[in-house]
Design a protein. Structure first.
Length: 161
């Protein structure tokens, strides 16, 4: 109990010193406002627009139609085109347990004001893919698949200007 009273007294003293330090005879000076870095970067769906080179890597952990039995390694090199309005499409070369496959995909995406977002894709392999993303400005983003049958992370970088 004595420690709690001592802590409260110390906190009250510090608060009083801060108030006195920023107050002059005729005016009160505002303390500077401190924000966490990147606390409101102002992202939106238009943050991602243009062509992005995508690299994906991970493991398929559940049986999928016409694919080898799991688990097996997954690797991907793709180009994804984002329209800045919530739609995307692209083409990819995949390595599925050592078997090279080419395919296409299309879908939708969201980007929230805190630069997090989602992607929902339909692939030419007939396998839906859902992801969570974090946009790093308009130059790159990182993703992780949220489906229970795959454990894959992706890194993407904007192509060109």
């Amino acid at each position: 109990m004595n420690r709690m009273i001592a802590r409260l007294a110390t906190t009250a003293t510090i608060a009083a010193l801060v108030i006195v330090a920023v107050t002059t005879k005729d005016r009160v000076h505002a303390l500077p406002v401190v924000h966490a870095a990147g606390s409101n970067p102002g992202c939106s769906v238009s943050t991602l627009k243009g062509d992005y080179a995508v690299h994906g890597q991970g493991t398929v952990v559940a049986q999928l139609p016409n694919l080898p039995p799991p688990p097996f390694q997954f690797a991907e090199a793709a180009i994804a085109t984002f329209d800045g309005a919530g739609n995307l499409s692209g083409k990819a070369t995949l390595s599925l347990g050592g078997i090279a496959v080419q395919g296409t995909f299309s879908g939708t995406y969201t980007v929230n004001s805190d630069c997090t977002g989602t992607v929902a894709l339909q692939t030419s392999l007939g396998i839906p893919v859902n992801e969570s993303l974090v946009a790093v400005g308009n130059r790159s983003f990182v993703e992780v698949d949220t489906d229970p049958y795959i454990v894959i992370t992706r890194l993407a970088e904007r192509i060109g200007d």
